[in-house]
Design a binder for this molecule. Structure first.
Ligand SMILES: C[S@@+](CC[C@H](N)C(=O)[O-])C[C@H]1O[C@@H](n2cnc3c(N)ncnc32)[C@H](O)[C@@H]1O
Ligand code: SF4
Length: 367
């Protein structure tokens, strides 16, 4: 199966109030050292035969034009020329993507941009701790289209503090009017250690569910394919890179916190920026976690990631053997349904997916 290459850029201008991703604000003075470390890691673990490329973060668009050129050079030296990837995504934030960077990235061969907007409401953006306005996003949108970018994803979040069903609907309306090729809508997760968690913010789960149901109905009506729990695409624009994860494909990750999977073993690099740079500089392995799943644990994980796809999965004989009881339980409680030879999440299961997924992850309950 074709593989994917992920490169993590862990820098952000400011840390958002909900975010627990491995990203750091105020560390721009370390970008050059980080790029040197990335180049060394790439040289030690070249990525041949990758079909998709995803530069994510963090905020990759925070890199200057000369830093982006260094990043492109290391990819082309140790993986492949950017145009050789079937899909090459660059993740960007609205405050740091001027026309020069769009031109540089697009002419290097990046054919997909993913822009984090989160909301079309400036007051909500402020609550989130975002450093951009709606106007910044609209400028970037115009520049991307003017620059000839024909495949754009935009991220939104539902369930924000102070957000109403109406304000969320307005965000969705404004996004639909732009007709992006791909839309990701996430339900807000309150992650431990984030300012939202410290403030004791609790999501109204019923309101969030109503927003996500509304999203699903409106986007399907507008011609989008709801192909993964949080992801919608115009037909043919489903993210190939992310589909590879959900189909248990191989991938290589470069950078701090980046994960790699060779079909058997998953490894994850250390999240700390300074430790990652130090390890690579000292020719030490930056891997902080590694596991090789076999038997029931492997089949369960494969089933769990596969079920994120709305089309569902054809169960393997081993999955039937290991999880028959759990699958029957979820077929009976209506969270899973049968569709020909496949099993998939029901409409109800879409909103209670974690309840289904827990059944397939170790430690397993005794039957
Ligand atoms: C890897 S993040 C970073 C992308 C980019 N730096 C940005 O902020 O736009 C990708 C997306 O995950 C979503 N996300 C991050 N933290 C979240 C949370 N706690 N709850 C829901 N969605 C979240 C946001 O929509 C974000 O755009
Ligand atoms: S949401 Fe994006 S911009 Fe905000 S802190 Fe996380 S990675 Fe950085």
């Amino acid at each position: 199966m074709a593989a994917g290459l992920y490169i993590h850029i862990p820098f952000c201008k400011q840390k958002c109030n909900y975010c627990d991703f491995a990203s750091f604000a105020g560390q721009e003075n370390r970008i050059e050292n980080y790029l040197t470390a990335l180049r060394q890691e790439a040289a030690q673990h070249p990525a041949a035969n990758c079909r998709t490329l995803y530069v994510g973060g963090g905020t990759p668009s925070l890199l200057s034009c000369s830093q982006l050129e260094k990043l492109i050079a290391l990819i082309e030296t140790h993986a492949a020329p950017i145009p050789a990837f079937t899909e090459s995504t660059f993740e960007a934030n609205p405050e740091s993507l001027p026309p020069q960077k769009i031109h540089l990235l697009h002419s290097a061969g990046f054919n997909r941009f993913s822009v984090g907007l989160q909301s079309f409401n400036d007051a909500e953006l402020h609550t989130l701790g975002r450093v951009h306005s709606v106007a910044d996003f609209l400028r970037v949108w115009k520049d991307l289209r003017a620059g000839g970018v024909a495949n754009i994803n935009v991220d939104l979040i539902a369930g924000l503090p102070g957000q109403t069903a109406e304000s969320f609907r307005q965000s969705l309306n404004q996004l639909l009017a732009l007709a992006p090729e791909h839309i990701s809508v996430y339900g807000l997760q309150i992650e431990e250690g984030t300012p939202f968690f410290e403030q004791g913010f609790v999501c109204d789960q019923l309101l969030m569910r109503a927003m996500l149901e509304d999203t699903r109905n409106r986007l399907i009506q507008a011609g989008y394919h709801h192909y993964e729990i949080s992801n919608f695409a115009r037909p043919g624009y489903e993210s190939k890179h992310n589909l590879n994860y959900w189909q248990y494909g191989k991938y290589t990750g470069w950078g701090s916190a980046a994960a790699s999977f060779n079909g058997r073993t998953r490894k994850q690099n250390i999240s700390s920026l300074s430790q990652y740079i130090q390890c690579i500089g000292g020719h030490k392995d930056p891997v902080s976690f590694s596991e090789t799943l076999t038997g029931k644990a492997r089949e369960g994980e494969k089933l769990m990631v596969g079920l994120r796809q709305l089309d569902g999965v054809v169960l393997t004989p081993a999955q039937h053997r290991f999880f028959n009881e759990e699958i029957q339980k979820h077929l009976q409680n209506g969270l899973l349904i049968k569709d020909g030879k496949k099993v998939k999440l029901s409409e109800e299961g879409l909103f209670l997916a974690n309840e289904v997924f827990y059944s397939f992850v170790a430690p397993f309950e005794d039957p």
